[in-house]
Design a protein around this ligand. Structure first.
Ligand code: PGA
Length: 296
């Protein structure tokens, strides 16, 4: 009996040590970041710049990119930065990326618990791994790249599951080219937000940023003009005021996404309702930091 008890104690001690080891390994050596300038004043929205690496990179290329970001100098104190690698590169980012950049995922399952969901990653597993953000509702996933896409109900469900697990969410919406041309941009954005507004409690919105990404601008080199983007961001904020609450509308950050890069970031970020960006192509280059510094 004593033998069994001793063995059990040994196993417990070993597992406990292992958990400590894993934490040490994951957080070992993550270089310190530094900031510059003033933090956002109370009641002002801090900028949120997200990098969406999509399905890009190798251990080698991303190690080099992380080194570039780590050496890129201070981040403005009024800017929050989050990088979203593929799931398989999240560990690399969590172990080696400067600690003033958060790490996010690009998707999570709609299942609220781990289990028999082959190929899925559960929001609580992301949290357990040290991930802070997730992108939900990106137009590429809504469209489905040859597989069944995700409709607005599913995106809203994933959003709620992610928030309940403790993640912060960049919730992406946006219209296609023909929708903009036929003048229904805001109807499309509203239809993508509606199921989320129905499912979320008001307090949930504290951990949501809305990423407005006109589909025709993503990866095409075509950017909405700052005026065009501002007009849509303002309409989105008005929609939130009407369908969620005035408080949420004034606090929620609305990022612009779609061919945003160093050369156009400053003008976009200067617009009163543009509170950041979600950056694809340019987040795979040193130019990402020109976007980050565009808020200075
Ligand atoms: P892009 O992508 O910057 O390459 O246009 C943006 C996005 O898809 O989030």
């Amino acid at each position: 009996m004593d033998f069994v008890k001793n063995q059990a104690q040994k196993v417990k001690a070993a597992v406990g040590e292992k958990v400590e080891d894993v934490k040490k390994i994951v957080h070992k050596g993550r270089p310190k970041g530094s900031s510059t300038g003033e933090p956002a004043a109370a009641g002002e929205r801090a900028y949120l710049i997200g990098g969406n690496w999509k399905c890009n990179g190798t251990q080698e290329s991303l190690t080099t990119l992380i080194q570039t970001f780590n050496a890129a100098g201070p981040i403005p104190a009024n800017v929050e930065v989050a990088i979203c690698p593929t799931d398989i590169h999240i560990g690399l980012a969590l172990a080696t990326l400067r600690d003033d950049i958060s790490v996010g995922a690009q998707n999570c399952g709609a299942n609220d618990k781990p289990g028999a969901f082959t190929g899925e990653i559960c929001a609580s597993q992301l949290v357990d791994a040290g991930v802070q953000w997730v992108i939900i509702g990106h137009s590429e996933r809504r469209e489905g790249f040859g597989m069944a896409g995700e409709d607005s109900e599913l995106c809203a469900k994933k959003l709620k599951v992610a928030l309940d697990a403790g993640l912060k969410v960049m919730f992406a919406i946006g219209e296609k080219k023909e929708e903009r041309e036929s003048g229904v941009t805001m109807e499309v954005c509203a239809s993508q937000l509606q199921p989320a507004a129905k499912l979320l409690e008001e307090k949930d919105w504290a951990n949501v940023a809305i990423a407005y990404e006109p589909v025709w601008a993503i990866g095409t080199g075509l950017t909405a003009t700052p005026e065009m983007a501002q007009e849509t961001h303002k309409s989105i904020r008005e929609w939130v005021a009407e369908h969620v609450s005035a408080d949420v509308a004034s606090a929620v950050r609305i990022q612009y996404g779609g061919s945003m890069k160093g050369a156009n970031a400053k003008e976009l970020l200067a617009q009163p309702d543009i509170d950041g960006g979600l950056i694809g192509g340019a987040s795979l280059k040193a130019d990402f930091f020109n976007v980050v510094n565009g808020a200075l």
